[in-house]
Design a protein around this ligand. Structure first.
Ligand code: XLS
Ligand code: CA
Ligand code: CA
Length: 442
């Protein structure tokens, strides 16, 4: 088989003092952190679309990236070469998982039947490559946003024919995901949202979205797909107001339509910050609501108000994310998918490797810090103490279902002369503590 990245060999763990850029400083797949190995805890995945299909175009400039397979004219041959290159990359990086949209891997045909035939052919090749490179599918999904038919949305399009087309596309994508043994299937809202309420029936669109998801649940069941179904929140882009704004919106939507038993959330760091939340907040909110399913690991730029999908490098962020993941008891069957792209200025093949290396190292390091934090229980202990009054007399009373406002008023009246004593939240101390865990982790 042709080698697509001949200048780059297998990326090895060399330790934190290594000066070799093409090596891992922290990600040591076999190393045990807490209850299992780093690779089992982190479950890293490459995003096919950013790393092998997209080519660095932005609204102001043309493509800047040309990989060897991009030079092949015939679309099916290009798709084959792209698949071979993608698996060579995963093998060299030691990535155990990948994620893809139907349209990332195979070109569309003239009709749905032709499109599906193309997809089946490339999926057969991918099946072989997965076996050869010992890589698994973290999740599959359908691209319901790129084709002009989806201009007004897919499941929330005002045109029922578009709804039907999107359904047929998801049906196939679910089947392909099952065929490849995918652990999850993702629904990111794409163009499910609106730009102006002046032309939008918001109630009908939400009902339609729920109907669409219910049919997906039924089809998954029908074909025996046992993977986890995930909804990926994002507040804006491409629409002004995406329906799956954040985890809280998703939770309310699922409850309203009685779908909460069937879905979890795929949380993307950059989408959290676009929604005005910390990544940490979204993970914690999801965990508390039993919705933490999987993670799209990237980071945004706080000075840019759009979805920049950069490789994660902020170890403060990865530490807190890993801390939530540990508290969740891990992410499986979800994982950490690098929904991240190299900058369009970083157009060389080695940049693709360097991007994943820094992302994997940042999470591996974060995991090591988070494990120490968790083992020592310093943050948990502080929080436990902070809420200790809820384990005292009045706290117990509040929990008692027989207690009402009158009981509490009575309690306050009895204590009238005693001022309530508050304690410091010690945020500065705790941030200093976090810093010392970060700076003393090897
Ligand atoms: C776009 C989303 C998308 C989903 C998969 O912002 O992140 O890439 O992850 O459709
Ligand atoms: Ca994503
Ligand atoms: Ca994104």
């Amino acid at each position: 088989m042709k080698e697509y990245f001949p200048e780059i060999g297998k990326i090895e763990y060399e330790g934190r003092r290594s000066e070799e850029p093409l090596s891992f400083k922290h990600y040591n797949p076999e190393e045990t952190v807490g209850s299992s190995s780093m690779s089992d805890q982190l479950r890293f995945s490459v995003a096919y679309w950013h790393s092998f299909t997209a080519r660095g175009a932005d609204p102001f400039g043309a493509k800047t990236i040309t990989r060897p397979w991009d030079e092949i004219d015939d679309p099916m041959n290009r798709a084959r070469a792209r698949a071979e290159a993608a698996f060579e990359f995963m093998g060299k990086m030691g990535l155990d998982y990948f994620c893809f949209h139907d349209r990332d891997v195979a070109p569309p045909g003239e009709t749905l039947a032709e499109t599906n035939e193309n997809l089946d052919e490339i999926v057969s090749l991918i099946e072989k490559l997965m076996e050869e490179y010992d890589v698994e599918l973290l999740w599959g999904t359908a691209n319901l946003f790129e084709h002009p038919r989806y201009t007004h949305g897919a499941a929330t399009s005002p045109n029922a024919e578009v709804f039907a087309y999107a359904s047929a596309q998801v049906k196939k994508a679910l089947e392909v995901t099952k065929r490849l043994g995918g652990s999850n299937y993702v629904f990111w809202g794409g163009r499910e949202g609106y730009k102006t309420l002046l032309n939008t029936d918001l109630g009908l669109e939400q009902d339609n979205l729920a109907r669409f998801l219910a049919m997906a649940v039924d089809h998954a069941k029908k074909i025996g797909f046992e993977g986890q179904l995930l909804i990926e929140p994002k507040p804006m882009e491409p629409t002004k107001h995406q329906y799956d704004f954040d985890v809280e919106h998703v939770a309310a939507f699922l409850r309203k339509y009685d779908l909460e038993d069937h879905f979890k959330a795929n949380i993307e760091a950059n989408h959290a910050t676009l929604a005005g939340h910390d990544f940490h907040h979204e993970l914690a909110y999801a965990r508390e609501n039993d919705l933490l399913g999987s993670v799209d690991a990237n980071q945004g730029d706080l000075l840019l108000g759009w979805d920049t999908d950069q490789f994660p490098t902020d170890v403060y962020g990865t530490t807190l994310a890993a801390y939530e993941i540990l508290k969740n008891g891990g992410l499986a069957p979800g994982g950490l998918n690098f929904d991240a792209k190299v900058r369009r200025e970083s157009f060389e093949a080695q940049d693709l490797f360097l991007g994943h290396i820094v992302g994997m190292d940042s999470f591996a390091f974060g995991l090591k810090v988070a494990q120490r934090l968790k083992e020592d229980g310093v943050l948990e202990e502080f929080a436990r103490e902070r809420y200790s009054s809820f384990r005292g007399e009045i706290g117990e009373k509040i929990k008692d279902p027989d207690t009402d406002f009158e009981v509490l008023e009575e309690h306050v009246r009895e204590k009238v002369s005693e001022p309530i004593e508050l304690e410091s939240g010690r945020q500065e101390k705790l941030k200093g503590l976090l810093n010392s865990y970060i700076t003393t982790t090897g």
